[in-house]
Structure formats: C-alpha cells, structure tokens
Design a protein around this ligand. Structure first.
Ligand code: NDP
Length: 352
C-alpha cells in the first residue's frame, strides 16, 4: 500500500458534516490540520454542530459552515470553491419515508449530481470521495449467492433493488452510478468510492442522527427479546469508515470502489457482542424461524415485506474486504467495543 500524502494548504469539503460518519471524518481532517468546509442543511443549529466546533477548538484545523441542501441545484458551489477534495457523505438514510422517490432517490441521485457539478465548477478539486454503501453492491442476501464464489466484491452491482423493493439500496445504487457517469465524463478529478456495510460505534454528536442507532436500539430495547430475525449482515466501526475516507482521499493511487466491512455476522451475532460488552439485558438469545418472521414480520414492521423476508432471512451473507486492506491499508478493529459505546449512548439518552 502506498503512503498517504496530504497538503493542507487548500480546504476540503465535507457534505452532511453534522452526520454520524461525517463527524468522525471531520475529526480526522481537523487533526491533520485541514480547513474543513462543512456543508450542512442547518448551519445555525448550534446543537447539531457544537461537537464539531469543540473539535475545531482542540485541533490544528479549522471549520467553516456553508448552508447547502441536496434538493437545491447549485447549493454546494460556494462550499466547493477552492477545495482540493470533496467528501460526499450526505444522503438520506432513514426508514421514515412516505414517498421513496422524493424522500430517498431524488436527494441521493440529484444531490450527488449537484455535488459533482460543484466539483466540475471548482477548478481546484482533484478528488471526490463518495460515501456509497454495500447497498450499491447487493440488494438482498439472496443476491450474495449469485456473486462469484458466493461472496461480494467491488465488481458486483446491485441489480435487484427498485423504488418498490429496498428503496434505500436503490437510492444508493443510482447515486453511485450517477457519480461514475459524471466522473468518466471529465478528466480533472478522480472519483474514489467507499462502500461500507452496516456502520456502528459511538456518535460524536450528542443526539445521534443515523438510522444505525435505531437498528441497534431494536436489538437492545427488548423488541427482539423473543428472538432476532435470521438475518446475516456485514458490520464495521464508524471510526474505520472515517479512516477509509481519509485513505481514499490521500493515497495517490487509490481508485475505484472499496468494500469497507470488518466482519460478516448476523443480528444475533451483534446481540451476542452487545451482551459481552454490556452484561445481561433484554437482548435476543436465539434466531426466530424464518417462517415465523414471514408470518408476523409484516404486521410488526412495514419495512418487513414478505418479499424482503423471503429474499433475506436465512440467506448467507459474505463481503470480501481484501481490496480495502490491500489498496487502502485498512486494519479493521473489533466491532464489539463500538457496539458497547453505542449502547452506553442509547442508555444515557433513555432509549434502552
Ligand atoms: P446520518 O443520517 O447521520 O447522516 C446523513 C447526512 O446526510 C446528515 O448529515 C443529513 O443532514 C444529510 N442529508 C440528508 N438529506 C439531506 C439533504 N436533503 N440535504 C443535505 N443533507 C442531507 O447517517 P450516516 O452518517 O449513517 O450516513 C452517512 C452516509 O453513509 C450516507 O451516505 C449513508 O447512505 C452512508 N452509509 C451509512 C451506513 C450506516 O450503516 N449508517 C452504511 C453504509 C453507508 P441533516 O443532519 O441535516 O439531517
């Protein structure tokens, strides 16, 4: 793996800077001494940015806020001006959707185009690091069996998600495809993509924003006490995801997509780690039979459609993180302590 090289003379842009992943990324950039252009929807909301202000006060870097929205054309132009690197992390990641097109796909895809148009306009930009997802690589666990060697690599694309089925995964797939199209249409800046699996770990923001917290909460608040759905997933610590972004930006040779995932595990595997970290609690101790989830799941949670259950529960998951280790030099940390820290934050907030 090549060494990282950085030049802090020019600022860097982080979109969605108040988010969960972005917080740890901004921290690393400030520690390196960068001036971070933080593009956020609500720059005047002190509660959302106080953790970033505190970090800027303790590190050699500096932070400047810019108001920007993925739904507004031209919104990121001012923030991108003069920057050498754009980190595009912002994208809607939520289960609270009423219309998948307007709530997920439009901001993800049009927003990515808007950010990359800002890269095209700002002559200083040399690299764009996009936070995509393993969701752009596969749609359902059943797809994993179709991958070469039944394990996902960067060569695989999600072809099974749609507006009606796994809409979030569809939004991430369409956004990454749009990014590659725009990257190929020019030759000044290079696109490097980070594709994380399920991200966990502590939040720097006192009020965690990410859907990741809602998912871990369900493992810890008793909702799955009778058993976890038999669902295999990949998982990675948020600090490793931030690290992968920094490496993707500053290793000169970095190129293409990078599966960023520490382990192949399951919901029950996460629950077992939680118990190890926290001690006893209302965590699931077994997996529910697939037929039971199929029968009652749709009544418990509208995200759990019968198709989603059929194509995911009880199917093996495997993601190959070899490229991220080789090309980015990633050495993944154990995910268990991060789960414990997440639990402590949920507990402090009275959520579990
Ligand atoms: P967060 O919800 O904490 O971060 C998402 C960010 O996107 C927020 O800062 C949010 O801003 C911003 N955003 C959403 N909609 C808009 C909009 N219309 N205009 C401007 N900004 C917007 O989640 P994460 O940190 O977990 O997610 C960060 C990235 O990582 C996303 O791209 C997500 O798809 C990706 N990812 C996440 C995984 C996970 O398990 N968490 C796994 C794989 C990929 P605001 O604070 O104003 O709401």
């Amino acid at each position: 793996m090549a060494e990282m090289t950085y030049d802090t003379a020019k600022p860097v842009l982080v979109t969605g800077a108040t988010g969960f992943v972005a917080g740890w990324l901004v921290k690393q950039l400030l520690e390196l001494g960068y001036t971070v252009h933080a593009a956020v929807r609500s720059p005047d909301d002190e509660a959302k940015r106080s953790h970033l202000d505190a970090l800027a006060g303790q590190t050699p870097g500096a932070i400047r806020y810019f108001k920007a929205d993925l739904n507004e054309p031209g919104s990121f132009d001012a923030a991108a001006e003069g920057c050498s690197v754009i980190f595009h992390t912002a994208s809607p990641f939520t289960s609270k959707i009423s219309d998948p097109q307007t709530d997920l796909v439009d901001p993800a895809v049009n927003g990515t185009r808007t950010v990359l148009e800002a890269a095209n306009k700002a002559q200083s930009v040399e690299r764009v690091v996009l936070t995509s997802s393993c969701a752009a690589i596969y749609g359902d666990n059943q797809d994993v069996a179709d991958a070469p060697g039944a394990c996902l690599t960067e060569a695989v694309w999600n072809t099974t998600s749609s507006l009606d089925h796994q809409a979030y995964s569809y939004s991430k797939t369409q956004a990454e495809r749009a990014a590659w199209d725009m990257a190929k249409a020019q030759d000044r800046w290079r696109l490097v993509v980070v594709n994380p699996s399920f991200i966990l770990g502590p939040s720097l923001n006192e009020k965690p924003t990410s859907e990741s917290f809602a998912i871990v909460r369900q493992l810890a608040d008793g909702s799955m006490k009778t058993g976890a759905p038999p669902y295999e997933i990949g998982a990675v610590d948020v600090r490793d995801v931030a690290d992968a972004h920094v490496r993707a930006a500053f290793i000169p040779e970095a190129e293409g997509r990078h599966i960023t995932s520490a382990v192949n595990t399951s919901l029950l595997g996460l629950a077992e780690r939680l118990r190890d970290q926290v001690g006893e609690g209302p965590f699931p101790t077994r997996e529910l039979p697939k037929f039971m989830v199929w029968l009652v799941g749709p009544m418990m949670n509208k995200m759990l459609t019968r198709k989603m259950i059929s194509r995911n529960m009880g199917h093996a998951f495997c993601a190959d993180n070899t490229k991220s280790k080789r090309a980015l030099g990633m050495e993944y940390r154990d995910i268990a302590p991060g789960l414990g820290e997440m639990h402590a934050q949920l507990k402090a907030a009275g959520k579990v």
